[in-house]
Design a protein around this ligand. Structure first.
Ligand code: GTP
Ligand code: MG
Length: 305
């Protein structure tokens, strides 16, 4: 399940990024990891959120051992931004594992109403023992964990139907654990997004950054936009053409020149008329993350050819 294809062609140009350059493990993450380990004993079910576009690169192996001992549900979020066919392939692969999983969208209702029934089902056996002894089962305690910016707090808000947790477009918004009540018999613990101390795999580091789990400044928007354009050109350029009203022959440009073309189309220019690169790069990344440049998955299951 953990085998993914590496789009080596698109990555050749990024050889100069040494893996140590794409690490982000601020103090609050180490603290959050320790707190999470403590809370695990108190919760019934862990909702482990991953990004549907990088279902493998968004696994925190630092936790696997801890989480193995718990009942858990894998939630692949931001499915609306992921490639439909690749998601279907991943879904077939995850069906072979015995961990329940859902491909969801925390910003709309897609499959969210299945989360609580699956959680309750996981607790059925334990609770029936309580009932047999005439004890009323306690409230269902869920904990949500995952990499930064994957949509944990957004899901909590959607499930609780109020703005119970703070959310935002940059990683590292939630800094502390917070119990939130969902109705009268469910409690959900929101936790800060956590990465791991050393991201060994350079490709995973880029994928985590482009999808928003690592701060842009760690890699730099120039390199990120170059990387993104390289992948869009290789995989799915039509929506890029449409969105920026580019000509088909613009697709023959190198990513740097293509970005300049986009900058001119969108008026990302300095006062003398020169291209404002940082502004154009930010625009591209923002549009991509808002889904305006098409649906793109970065981790791809290996085919058995
Ligand atoms: N398109 C899309 N955007 C989403 C989805 N879920 C969350 N977002 C957006 O992703 C960003 C991060 O959401 P949060 O809920 O703050 O993420 P988080 O996992 O709590 O992040 P940290 O607290 O930093 O760990 C926000 O801009 C959300 O609007 C989704 O399913 N689809
Ligand atoms: Mg949060």
């Amino acid at each position: 399940m953990s085998r993914i294809t590496s789009d080596t062609n698109s990555l050749d140009r990024f050889k100069d990024i040494h893996p140590k350059d794409i690490n982000w493990y601020p103090g609050h993450m180490l603290k959050a990891k320790k707190e999470l380990a403590k809370q695990l004993k108190r919760v019934d079910v862990v909702l482990e959120m991953r990004d549907a576009r990088i279902p493998v690169s968004s696994v925190n192996h630092d936790f696997e051992e801890l989480l193995h001992q718990k009942k858990r549900i894998l939630l692949f979020n931001k499915t609306g931004l992921a490639d439909v066919e690749i998601t279907r392939n991943w879904s077939e692969i995850f069906k072979k594992s015995d961990i329940p999983f859902l491909f969801i969208d925390a910003l709309n209702q897609r499959d969210l109403n299945k989360i609580l029934p699956i959680s309750r089902k996981l607790m059925q056996e334990k609770w029936s023992t309580f009932r047999r002894r005439g004890i009323r089962p306690p409230s269902l305690k869920l904990l949500i964990t995952g990499i930064p910016n994957v949509g944990k707090s957004s899901l909590i808000n959607r499930l609780s139907r109020r703005k119970a947790a703070e959310t935002g477009p940059t990683p590292g918004v939630t800094k502390h654990q917070d119990w939130i009540k969902l109705g009268k018999d469910v409690e959900l613990l929101d936790t800060p997004g956590i990465l791991w101390p050393k991201i060994e795999n350079r490709e995973a580091g880029l994928r985590l950054t482009i999808t928003g789990a690592i701060k842009d400044s760690i890699v730099g928007t120039s390199l990120l936009s170059d990387y993104l354009l390289g992948i869009i050109l290789q995989k799915e350029p039509e929506q890029l053409l449409r969105h920026y009203k580019l000509a088909p022959e613009d697709l023959d440009l190198l990513p740097g020149d293509l970005l300049e073309r986009i900058a001119k189309k969108r008026g990302c220019l300095k006062s003398g008329g020169a291209v404002d690169h940082p502004r154009a790069e930010s625009l591209l990344l923002r549009d991509f993350r808002a889904g305006k440049l098409g649906r793109l998955s970065f981790d791809q299951p290996e085919t058995d050819e």
